[in-house]
Design a binder for this molecule. Structure first.
Ligand code: F6P
Length: 359
């Protein structure tokens, strides 16, 4: 048996722990393992495929990033090709990918990625590839699994920032607006904001009204709390408005959102006259050592992915449905976008403890 592993989309703390567990579980069964570098691009001649041995995965479980590297522009069905004039066209290179997989003698593939990568995996499965998925998302926006590795680390990184911002905001009687990741889902903002006792949390699932945000800040000011912490997901948008998009994205790439914290900070200062600063936490949330929770979950996912291959569960992904790791069809996970439920207990408790959602 010869299997391959690839990591696609944005990186997330815990990818290396998945790779390590999958490689060791496969080698323990007497299988060979090939690492496809840079998403699926390694199967398209862009980068290489490498043999993964026990030595290749030694000492990597605690490291952020991915030893296989990754890309969010490697969709083989819409592969971006640069033209001599600098423009891009997209071509379907899936036949080439299948041919190269055959030449390498691959019996099965484990792909680790978010909704974009899993959608590619689903198409490859429909075209006949024996593929198993592992959900990866710091945003916690993949359905069918209670959570994925990377999310807990990202929340803790945001939490550390909120704790630090509290002390400086209080010292200066300032409002500080912290922008965290979360293009479509506000889980990082909600969890870090509630755990970090923010005063306002703004998420894409609950469009905000800037006047309500300012009411909360002014009310705190009047009661002697002269500082406020606002945590905003990058994809949050005002009622009747739209998300803030940063310039253009590269061909084949999703549009880049961001800049909402700066806009909100300017509005708060203009309306409340309180000195307001903003900060974008950005890719700090994607880097660094995975937390113990993420390392364990990633390791469990890696082992479960190999068992899924053994059980020939093609087109399935591993998922956490506590206390068990199960497998579900990738198509099922893709059929439903996972978002914060505004009636979830986390939101209700946040409201009950005085946090405003700007609505
Ligand atoms: O999907 C994960 C994510 O972290 C989003 O929250 C964020 O918008 C995006 O990745 C950033 O991606 P990139 O690194 O390509 O700018």
């Amino acid at each position: 048996m010869r299997i391959a592993i690839s990591t696609g989309g944005g990186d997330a703390p815990g990818l290396n722990a998945v790779i390590r567990a999958a490689v060791l579980s496969a080698i323990g069964r007497g299988w060979e393992v090939i690492g496809i570098r840079k998403g699926f691009s390694g199967l398209l001649g862009e980068d290489q495929c490498v043999t993964l041995t026990r030595e290749s995965v030694r000492g990597i479980a605690h490291l952020g990033g991915t030893i296989l590297r990754t890309t969010n522009r490697g969709n083989p069905f819409h592969y971006p090709i640069r033209q001599p004039d600098g423009s891009f066209i997209e071509i379907d290179r899936s036949a080439e990918l299948f041919e190269n997989a055959r030449t390498l003698g691959l019996d099965a593939v484990i792909t680790i990625g978010g909704d974009g990568t899993l959608a590619i995996a689903q198409r490859l499965h429909e075209c006949g590839m024996k593929i198993v998925g592992v959900p990866k998302t710091i945003d916690n926006d993949v359905s069918g699994t209670i959570t994925s590795f990377g999310f807990d680390t990202a929340v803790n990184t945001a939490l550390e920032a909120i704790d630090k911002l509290h002390t400086t905001a209080e010292s200066h009687d300032r409002v500080i607006v912290l922008e965290v990741m979360g293009r479509h889902a506000g889980f990082i903002a909600l969890h870090s904001g509630l755990a970090g006792t923010a005063d306002v949390i703004l998420i894409p699932e609950i469009p905000y009204d800037i006047r309500k945000v300012c009411e909360k800040i002014t009310e705190r000011d009047r009661s002697g709390r002269h500082f406020s912490i606002v945590v905003v997901a990058e994809g949050a948008f005002p009622r009747g408005g739209h998300e803030s998009v940063i310039g253009g994205s590269l061909p084949g790439e999703a549009k880049r959102v961001g800049g909402v914290a700066d806009t909100i900070a300017r509005e708060i200062q203009a309306i409340t006259s309180k000195e307001t600063r903003s900060l974008v936490l950005g890719h700090l949330q994607r880097g660094g050592q995975p937390t113990g929770y993420d390392r364990l979950l990633a390791t469990r996912f890696g082992g479960a992915a190999v068992r899924a291959i053994e059980d020939r569960r093609w087109g399935h992904m591993v998922a956490l449905q506590s206390p068990h790791i199960v497998t579900i069809p990738i198509a099922q996970a893709l059929s439903d976008a996972k978002r914060v439920d505004p009636n979830h207990d986390t939101v209700l408790t946040a409201r009950a403890t005085g946090i405003s959602f700007g609505d």
